[in-house]
Ligand binder design. Structure first.
Ligand code: ZN
Length: 116
């Protein structure tokens, strides 16, 4: 996917964190070099932004909010959550057994999870 060139309005299948499944996304923003920087999930309207091929922000659609964040819950990559302070977020990486990186809008936060 790295060398692939995209066009505006092109349909791209990729995982959607809100739908929790592979979904068709429409390329909403593409650079001159053909790199996709923004894509919208056709199913739920979630907008994902990318920089150098990495997802840097997620703007979830209205349909489905993540479950409320809890330190004791174990999270996996791509899972959506609702944080009482930061709002709607998406787990972008599981750092280790008790740490996760979560993207809230365009802000990355490190949170604990799976705390006994
Ligand atoms: Zn979706």
């Amino acid at each position: 996917m790295i060398d692939k060139k995209f066009e505006l309005g092109q349909t791209v299948e990729m995982p959607c964190s809100v739908c929790d499944a592979e979904q068709n996304h429409t390329a909403q923003s593409v650079t001159k070099l053909g790199k996709m920087t923004k894509a919208v999930c056709d199913a739920c309207g979630t907008v994902s932004a990318f920089r150098r091929g990495k997802k840097v922000s997620v703007d979830t659609g209205k349909t489905k909010a993540g479950t409320p964040y809890s330190q004791s819950q174990k999270y996996k990559k791509g899972q959506a959550m609702m944080h009482s302070t930061f709002g709607q977020g998406e787990v972008t990486a599981v750092v280790d057994a008790q740490k996760i990186d979560v993207l809230f809008g365009d802000q990355m936060r490190r949170l604990v999870h799976a705390r006994q």
